[in-house]
Design a protein around this ligand. Sequence first.
Ligand SMILES: Nc1ncnc2c1ncn2[C@@H]1O[C@H](COP(=O)(O)OP(=O)(O)O)[C@@H](O)[C@H]1O
Ligand SMILES: [Mg+2]
Length: 352
Amino acid sequence: MLRKKSTSVRNTHDVHRDSEYVLDVQDLVVHYELEDETVEAVNGISFKLKKGETIGLVGETGAGKTSTALAILNMLPNPPGVIKNGAIFVEGRDILKMKPNELERVRGKDISIIFQDPMTSLNPVMTVGEQIAESILLHENVSKSEAFERAKQMLETVGIPGSRAIEYPHQFSGGMKQRVVIAIALACSPRCLLADEPTTALDVTIQAQVLDMMNELKDRFGTSLVMITHDLGVIASICDTVAVMYAGRIVEYGTLEDVFNHPLHPYTEGLFNSLPRISQKGDKLKPIPGLMPDPTKLPVGCAFEPRCKYATEACRNKRIESRQMGETHYVLCDAYDDPAFHIDMKRGGEDE
Ligand SMILES: Nc1ncnc2c1ncn2[C@@H]1O[C@H](COP(=O)(O)OP(=O)(O)O)[C@@H](O)[C@H]1O
Ligand SMILES: [Mg+2]
């Protein structure tokens, strides 16, 4: 049911620089320009993050989550990656307009990223202590020995004895390596941390430990966090707001409570439908019948239309704009043109 008159999300999201926000992504468009075709990976994404807040970007593989994260740090592989449109303000300054040396200062100091596979970020021939110290030396005016002492403390902070600073990455387990990566990312207390599937490669118990630790550090340091995942359990355990991504757009945006308890988009419905309970850790997205559209041949209309049980002819014909459905809740679905439209949530197992 409509709680508020519909308006475009741009009107509320698309505000100018505003230091109230640690991160402010405006209408981001990312393409991969290949020889004979163009992959439209991110197609107009906007969101903002306040100090200490955590947003979850959730969606199937290929939704454009990693491309969004790489664009935010202005580290897309180029070629073929190109930022076709958008502005990305970190602490009020546009990352996309920075010179390389300025960018290098901002990365690690103001904004940092953790990838799924810790070995992407770790150097196998340097001790973990040296690697943490390196990040500190790059950003802060301290001596080498001071940096190494700080590195040891940072290891302790992520639950690894400081004495292990002299060991190499291969001497650590997968979960421990990811802790080291987190220590590197947090070594200079960045205001904003992007975590791209940081626990996906870990087994479930270790996942939970790493998540608990991230939750704790986020509170301790007041870090704003962008948590990228396809795991609804991860979202439920750490996020304040949720952006559901599909074919490079945010199809639903709201608080955790909005999206988990009152989902509006038929795609979100599909994500939740087969889950026994909403907040169980380790709940994975169940496949929804059909496939995501080919990102080199995106339709004009709704990209979810071919898989949507509510779709009508009208969904195919024009670009769908985001509409506000509640105080903090937005959806990209024209079925809501009909005030009586609602999705029918049945969570498998809830009544059993
Ligand atoms: N370097 C690249 N060259 C061409 N296409 C790419 C490249 N990186 C990603 N893509 C494509 O962009 C789309 C979005 O990918 P990605 O951002 O990795 O999504 P996610 O992280 O949600 O799985 C996918 O169709 C993917 O195949
Ligand atoms: Mg990814």
